[in-house]
Structures are given as structure tokens and as C-alpha cells.
Write a protein that binds this ligand. Structure first.
Ligand code: PLP
Length: 461
């Protein structure tokens, strides 16, 4: 199809597409009654860290197209890797066959993770990566003759995806409550959310009492816990809840003391978001199982991986008739197109030293955000690397929240959009999650748009 050339053509095409969207699509995490009343922004192209809509308007991609874009859009090296793979094969299965692209991707992948994580099990979404982690942990203990170790601990406010297993270990009431009868029982520990501590305590006096609560769960169920599932350093989807320093390390120690596995879900935090390639590095923690997706392909194609140690892998080995096989697999596991672009993305990270270049950007972002901390409706700014949550409050003195129906975060994002910056909030938390490729000037533009959106909206609600 040729691109429209006149404004009239662009308007007509946009109207036609919008009508078709309204007729046929059901958007994720979206109240469709509202959606059907609005004219959607229809993204048609991308360039660098900008999204371009069907009317030719440009927006900074301030949340990395839902936290997955790393190097920007239409990156020549990634485009080329994809084209080269297309000239070979788009897809072949990993069930009973190997493939060049999936092997090369796994080889590159293990260069970026803690060395103990040597085995790569592919799938296609963060949620499936977590499902696999849960099932691996469970079957590992069954196969080891420790069948009583069948329970899981997770953290309130956690988000691990939307399939039933990942929702079971999740802990966001708004999303998960309605499905409760469908979920398996999980021990939920109190959230390490210092700004609104569920235990009513404060650091340093509390000595991280929330971590103590995690240990209490293990102690109350001796020999019963298979694994603890956690988003390391920062819980993303519940509103960028940053853990106090040392919390993750404590989780590792608790798991070790009680003979359980530690599953770190790096789907959001992985691939440089928190300033290191993986968040676990910041506390020198090596998980037994690590999940990743989103940024693995630089944000190009769906690909996920669940990584484990040789110890866990070996639990599954045995003669065919012993039925120790991991009976799990997705049709598109290790899809060669996705693997090829993932390999190219990881090579860019490594060869260009992109992670080593992050501290300057992280500091620039921090400096740009600093003046916002004094705003009367900013309760807290939580930043870990390039992951930022700005929690808006009605009243700073007693931390009163804005009412849900006010959609304060959403309104701020609409204001920012008018200034050419695309954001997506989490309730009353304005989220900034720029691609690693954003320049300092673009980061400053991002913060400026968020700031003026916050000023405009909080002045009128
Ligand atoms: N785990 C975490 C920590 C996430 O933030 C997400 C998505 O935001 C997921 C899992 C689910 O990933 P996906 O949407 O690819 O299923």
C-alpha cells in the first residue's frame, strides 16, 4: 500500500482505521466503553525513540512501548538481523529439533546473566516464562523425592503476568481479586513499600520487618516451600515500588536457610532498566531461576526465557521410561526470527558497552526529576536506574490518595501526549521507563512533559 501523501488522505485513512479498531479490537487492560468514545492514536511508524502516528504526529516513546524497547525503533542492526533470518527460515520447532538461531541466542544470552544460570528454556511472553519457572520449581522437588515442597511464597503487589499460574503468584488486588477462585494458594508476604508500609513501620528502626515476615512464613511451613517468587529491586506494575537496599539479599538468604529456590522475575527489570544488565546484580544475588522477556529482543518480537542452574536441570534427567521429562512447551518456543533479533540486540548491548554508559543517563534523569520532589502533589519519586514512578497524592502531609475514578495518572499522560510524549500510568503513579537509547536531552524533555502534565492536572482535580 502506498503511503498517503495529503492531509486529506491521512485524515481519511485514520478515520477508517479508527472505525475498524472500534469495530473489531478489544484492547488489553482497557475499559472499552471509554475507548469506544475516544479517537485512538494509531501508531504507524517508529524512528529512533519516537513513535509516529497515522497523522504524522511524533511522540517520544516514554515507556518503551510497554517497557520492552531498548535501542529505539528501526535500529539498522536489528532490522538487518531480522531480514537475514527471514532469508533463512521464519520458524521451525524446538520439539525434537534444534535451530541455528535459538542456539546462537542461548549462547549469547548466558554471557549476560550470572554464570550459574546455564540452561535456557524458551517461551514467548513474560507470563509463560513465569509459568515455566513455577512448574520447574515444583517438578524439581517432586523428582528429588521431596514432594512436600510444593508451596510458593510471593510478595503482595507483585505482578508476573496474566495466566492463571502467574496470577496466582501475583498480588495486585485490582487485577487479581476476581480470579481468586481459579488460583492456587500462595503465601503472600507484606509488600516492602516504605512510603505506605503495610506494617506501619519505618526504616531504619524497623530493621526491615517486612523481610522478617517473609522468613516467618518459611518458618511456619517447614519443608513445604518450593520457591519464593519476586520482582527484584523494583516491583513494576503495582506502581514502581522500590525495595529497600538489602531486601533482595535477605530474600536469597532466607531461601538458602530454608532449602527453597529463589525465582527472580526480571521481565520488567532486565536488560538494563535498573542501571545494571539485571537487577539481581545490584545485590550480588544469583537466583536459582530467572525469567525474562520484554527487552530480550530489544522490543522487536515476543520472546521469553526461563533460565536455570545445572542442578535443577539435572533433576529432570533419567531414562525415558522414568517420565522425568518436563512436559511443557509452546509452539513458537525459540522462534528463529525472535532469536535472531534478540542475539543482535544483546550483541549491541555488549559490543557498544551500553550498560556501562547508563550511569550518566541515570544521573541526568535523577537531576531532571529532583525539582519535582517539592511539588505539593508529588508524594514520592521512586527511581531505580531508568525505571521511575512518580506517586501523586491529594494531600502530601497525610499521603491521602487521589480517588480511583479521578484517573489522575491517566490525565497527566493525556497532557504529556499533547506535548509529544507518550506515557502510560499505573493508577496515581506516573511512570517513566525510557528506552536505554534515549539521549540526555530527550530524557529532560520526557521529564518536562511529565512535570507540566502533573502541574496542569493537579491544579484542577
Ligand atoms: N513479569 C513482570 C515483572 C512484568 O512486569 C510483566 C509484564 O509487565 C510480566 C511478567 C508479564 O509479561 P508479558 O506481558 O510478556 O506476559
Amino acid at each position: 500500500m502506498t503511503a498517503p501523501t495529503s492531509d486529506a488522505e491521512r485524515l481519511a485513512r485514520t478515520a477508517r482505521l479508527a472505525a475498524a479498531d472500534h469495530r473489531h479490537l478489544w484492547h488489553p487492560f482497557t475499559q472499552m466503553q471509554d475507548w469506544l468514545q475516544e479517537d485512538p492514536v494509531i501508531i504507524d511508524r517508529g524512528e529512533g525513540v519516537e513513535l509516529i502516528d497515522t497523522l504524522g504526529r511524533r511522540y517520544l516513546d516514554g515507556v518503551s512501548s510497554l517497557w520492552c524497547n531498548v535501542h529505539g525503533h528501526r535500529v539498522p542492526e536489528l532490522d538487518e538481523a531480522l531480514r537475514a533470518q527471514l532469508d533463512r527460515i521464519a520458524h521451525s520447532t524446538l520439539l525434537g529439533l534444534a535451530s541455528t538461531a535459538s542456539i546462537e541466542c542461548a549462547e549469547e544470552l548466558v554471557r549476560h546473566v550470572p554464570p550459574a544460570l546455564t540452561r535456557v528454556f524458551y517461551s514467548d511472553a513474560g507470563a509463560t516464562a513465569v509459568e515455566i519457572a513455577i512448574k520447574l520449581a515444583y517438578q524439581h522437588f517432586q523428582l528429588r523425592g521431596d514432594a512436600a515442597r510444593s508451596q510458593f511464597v510471593s510478595i503482595t503487589g507483585g505482578y508476573h503476568g496474566d495466566t492463571i499460574g502467574s496470577v496466582s503468584v501475583g498480588g495486585i488486588d485490582l487485577f487479581h481479586r476476581i480470579f481468586k477462585p481459579l488460583l492456587f494458594d500462595v503465601h503472600h508476604a507484606p509488600q516492602p513499600y516504605c512510603y505506605r508500609c503495610p506494617l506501619g513501620k519505618a526504616l531504619p528502626g524497623c530493621a526491615m520487618a517486612c523481610a522478617g515476615e517473609v522468613e516467618a512464613i518459611f518458618t511456619a511451613h517447614p519443608g513445604a516451600i518450593a520457591a519464593l517468587v519476586i520482582e527484584p529491586i523494583m516491583q513494576g506494575a503495582d506502581g514502581m515500588i522500590a525495595q529497600p537496599p538489602g531486601y533482595l539479599r535477605r530474600m536469597r538468604e532466607i531461601c538458602d536457610r530454608h532449602g527453597a529456590l529463589l525465582i527472580c522475575d526480571e521481565v520488567a527489570t532486565g536488560w538494563g532498566r535498573t542501571g545494571t544488565t539485571f537487577a539481581v546484580e545490584q545485590e550480588n544475588v544469583v537466583p536459582d531461576i530467572m525469567t525474562m522477556a520484554k527487552g530480550l529482543t530489544g522490543g522487536y518480537l515476543p520472546l521469553a526465557a526461563t533460565l536455570t542452574t545445572e542442578t535443577i536441570f539435572e533433576s529432570f534427567l533419567g531414562p525415558f521410561e522414568a517420565r522425568r521429562t518436563f512436559f511443557h512447551g509452546h509452539t513458537y518456543a525459540g522462534n528463529p526470527l525472535a532469536c535472531a533479533v534478540a542475539t543482535a540486540s544483546m550483541r549491541l548491548l555488549r559490543e557498544r558497552g551500553i550498560i556501562a554508559g547508563l550511569p550518566d543517563k541515570v544521573e541526568a534523569l535523577r537531576a531532571a526529576l529532583a525539582p519535582l520532589a517539592a511539588h505539593p502533589h508529588v508524594g514520592e519519586i521512586r527511581q531505580r536506574g531508568l525505571m521511575v514512578g512518580i506517586e501523586l497524592v491529594r494531600d502530601r502531609t497525610d499521603r491521602t490518595e487521589y480517588e480511583y475514578e479521578r484517573r489522575v495518572g491517566h490525565q497527566v499522560c493525556l497532557e504529556a501526549r499533547r506535548q509529544g510524549v507518550m506515557l502510560r500510568p499505573l493508577g496515581n503513579v506516573v511512570v517513566l521507563m525510557p528506552p536505554l537509547a534515549m539521549t540526555v536531552a530527550q530524557l529532560e524533555q520526557l521529564v518536562a512533559a511529565a512535570r507540566s502534565g502533573i502541574e496542569a492536572v493537579t491544579a484542577r482535580v
